[in-house]
Design a protein around this ligand. Structure first.
Ligand code: HEM
Length: 142
């Protein structure tokens, strides 16, 4: 049977799976000592944007675009100090969330691929270089 290509959003059955992913993901963010301080006290708004973005990105309705315009994710993340370690924590929480949510394996694989690539793209500072700079500054002021 030649089924038409359908989006991840359709294949997982729409909003409920994404609500679950966002809930699971944010519960882990809340418990993460490295990432929690980057997020605002009240996580409600952020959860909503994340949900609207992800449903849109994976082929659902363009609700994020209507309310927020172009995602410009790298720019929106520039205020947050995202190094390799922060990215790894973020990714591990997102992968755990999609592993725990019920969905077919092909949809999960597409999500994994995207989050692995996109989270790397969000890195905006190099931990080693920063540390080296602090080390050198420390030495020169001795
Ligand atoms: C696959 C990679 C990522 C995606 C798709 C993503 C997606 C998003 C989206 C859609 C928002 C809301 C933007 C808006 O206000 O309209 C957001 C906010 C945010 N993201 Fe990410 N993000 C990613 C990676 C990361 C990483 C690696 C970190 C940190 C380690 C991070 C930290 C944050 C923070 C702190 C906010 C602000 C939350 C708030 O204001 O409540 N993100 N992200």
């Amino acid at each position: 049977m030649a089924a038409p290509e359908s989006s991840v959003y359709e294949r997982v059955g729409g909003d409920p799976v994404f609500e679950r992913i966002v809930d699971l993901f944010y519960a882990r963010i809340e418990a993460d000592p490295i990432l929690r301080p980057m997020f605002p006290e009240d996580l409600t708004e952020g959860k909503r944007w994340q949900f609207l973005f992800l449903t849109q990105f994976f082929g659902g309705p363009a609700r994020y675009a209507v309310k927020r315009g172009h995602p410009r994710l790298r720019m929106r993340h520039s205020p947050f100090p995202i190094d390799q370690q922060a990215r790894d924590h973020w990714l591990s929480h997102m992968l755990a969330a999609i592993d725990a949510a019920e969905m077919e394996e092909s949809a999960r694989n597409e999500m994994r691929d995207y989050f692995e690539r996109a989270s790397t793209f969000m890195i905006n500072r190099e931990a080693e270089a920063d540390n080296l700079m602090h080390y050198q500054q420390g030495k020169s002021s001795e």
